[in-house]
Design a binder for this molecule. Structure first.
Ligand code: 5GP
Length: 125
């Protein structure tokens, strides 16, 4: 994925933000939305997205305002608290581009928890 890849406003998360597709909301604030992943990889699997049109971590960090970035980071902390994940722990993952198999070209952070998550990568030592 090119850092300067244009944003595709027909991606699935953009359509969710426009309420064209249903989702199970976990959290919402002026710049942030969080919802349960449709294909959970852990007992608790939540996706956190900025509402702005950012393709990936690189795009978000380059173009988002300080307010958007700050709200996003603090929202992730609040969501993990609200979901009761802080005591036993959780994992944050953001896939950027082809090597990470990024499927949806709207920046998102996976929050995974609810059980021991095992090694960081299943196919690596
Ligand atoms: P990526 O591989 O891009 O980091 O992850 C995209 C995630 O979005 C996947 O875990 C996938 O299950 C999730 N996803 C894809 N389509 C939908 C959808 O329509 N609704 C929800 N809630 N999650 C989706």
């Amino acid at each position: 994925m090119e850092k300067k890849m244009p944003y595709d406003s027909n991606n699935i998360f953009a359509r969710m933000l426009r309420k064209e597709i249903p989702y199970h909301k976990v959290f919402e604030s002026p710049h942030v939305l969080a919802f349960y992943d449709i294909n959970p990889k852990a007992p608790c699997h939540v996706l956190v997205i900025p509402k702005g049109p950012y393709v990936s971590w690189a795009d978000f960090s380059e173009k988002a305002t300080s307010e958007e970035i700050s709200e996003f980071v603090k929202s992730v902390d609040k969501i993990t608290q609200d979901l009761g994940l802080q005591e036993k722990g959780y994992r944050l993952i953001s896939n950027h581009g082809a090597h990470a198999s990024q499927e949806v070209p709207h920046f998102h952070l996976h929050i995974l928890g609810g059980e021991p998550l095992g090694p960081l990568l299943s196919n690596k030592k």
